[in-house]
Design a protein around this ligand. Structure first.
Ligand SMILES: [Zn+2]
Length: 435
């Protein structure tokens, strides 16, 4: 990265270092390639105005073909696997070595941003291309995987691509149907894949040295810290619950306040308690009531029944489980005091995926070597590492995104930050020491 008449210079901003050319302008060669490809991939969409790229659609095929061509251009052997993931392999200093796997997903939500997923995949390909340009081979192979479906938009089941690679693909989802009534089995066949051979995509723990994913943060923490890059500590587990409070509906004018059993006022107290509990936690706990429905739902009727959801996440399972138990006790106490009956069900639960300390420290070294402050943060959002943990130690590198916005067309990463992310990833690869 030197010897071309440029030198490293510090800028005013904390932790921002770029390359300065003879014209005095900062240059970001890796970042420019990455941003160009992000834009090229974003042009492959179901509709012109919005970015939507869904599993097993013609757009999925077109995107896969483009990514495979970039992989081959970077010196990799590349193919589409049995679930539609793009897989590239860059051999080490001799063929057949175990691999460091890098990757991210290339499907999107509807009306998506263009960075969530593709940034990690494209950055990994650019890092391999850089090694290839230098004729550099390492003591291990590098594989880059672009997962075909992480978001789970079409069949309401997430992590399909990475679960196939991890060998944990649930065959029962093949019978699931999309909103047009097409089953996943049919969609795979139409795409040219054999639903009975998804097992062929599975890899084993023996083949993989580690799985490392670069991804946009999808939150505002790095921006608030004025840092381009962060080391992820863990992908937070989540517990989701459905609550239903039942009191007594009644006339809004005739039932005195002291005689009411108002389910909505009770729910409001529960929501306040959840927020207060999480705000005062200080250990990364977050809790959200994202849905509420009051019945009968009329201006002049005291609400008799209220349903609401609770989503709780924390960086460790122990902390989440204790917090959930505490919140449940508080809700039970509120219901009892207000003479409301309570039904509370856990509707979804996934474990926390800790990032491996030995990988985190190698990422921290790379961030420090690039001249940035090392900053650790948990991931509140789910990622393919949640599936990959079953066959490899996992780690993640976060890149700052503007305003913490994601799953939205306004999602944005600065060129300098894309470049910084790729430089950190390249250092991690070049200095990688297997466990
Ligand atoms: Zn993502």
């Amino acid at each position: 990265m030197s010897g071309d008449g440029t030198e490293l210079v510090s800028s005013r901003r904390r932790g921002r270092i770029g390359k300065q050319g003879r014209d005095g302008l900062q240059k970001f060669p890796l970042g420019e390639e990455i941003v160009g490809r992000i834009n090229a991939l974003a042009a492959i969409s179901e509709t012109g105005e919005h970015l939507t790229r869904i599993f097993l659609t013609p757009e999925h095929r077109a995107a896969a073909d483009l990514i495979l061509s970039w992989m081959r251009e970077a010196g990799m052997r590349a193919h589409l696997d049995a679930i539609g993931n793009v897989c590239g392999r860059y051999e080490g200093d001799r063929p057949g070595l175990h691999c460091l796997m890098l990757g991210s997903h290339y499907d999107t939500v509807r009306d998506a941003g263009k960075w969530d997923g593709p940034l990690g995949l494209i950055s990994a390909i650019s890092c391999v291309a850089e090694l290839n340009r230098r004729g550099k081979r390492l003591a291990f192979a590098i594989e880059v995987t672009g997962f075909a479906d992480e978001e789970g938009v079409r069949f309401a089941s997430t992590l399909l691509g990475s679960r196939a690679v991890a060998g944990t693909f649930d065959e029962s989802v093949l019978a699931g149907r999309d909103s047009d009534g097409v089953s996943m089995r049919e969609a795979l066949q139409k795409f040219g894949l054999d639903p009975d051979h998804i097992g062929a995509a599975a890899r084993t723990r023996r083949e993989l040295l580690a799985y490392i994913e670069l991804h946009i943060e999808q939150g505002p923490v790095l921006e608030a810290e004025d840092l381009p890059i962060g080391v992820v500590t863990a992908i937070a587990g989540a517990t989701r619950m459905a609550a239903r409070l039942t009191g007594m509906a009644g006339h809004a004018g005739t039932v005195p306040m002291g005689l009411r059993r108002d389910a909505l006022a009770g729910a409001a107290e529960c929501i306040g308690a959840i927020e207060h509990f999480c705000r005062t936690d200080g250990n990364g706990l977050v809790g959200t009531v994202g849905y509420i429905h009051a019945m009968p739902g009329a201006t002049n009727v005291i609400p008799g029944t209220v349903s609401f959801t609770i989503d709780m996440r924390a960086p460790t399972d122990m902390h989440r489980n204790r917090s959930v138990a505490d919140i449940v006790r508080q809700i039970e106490a509120i219901a009892k005091r207000r003479d409301l009956s309570l039904q509370l069900d856990v509707t979804h639960e996934n474990r926390t995926v800790p990032c491996a300390p030995w990988l985190k420290s190698q990422i921290a070294d790379a961030i420090a070597a690039e001249g940035f402050a090392v900053f650790e943060l948990p991931s509140g959002a789910g990622h393919d590492g949640m599936a990959m943990i079953d066959i490899a130690d996992v780690a993640m590198i976060f890149v700052r995104c503007r305003g913490g916005i994601s799953h939205h067309p306004d999602e944005h990463v600065e060129l300098a930050d894309a470049d910084a992310g790729a430089r950190v990833l390249l250092r991690v690869i070049e200095n990688f020491r297997a466990r």
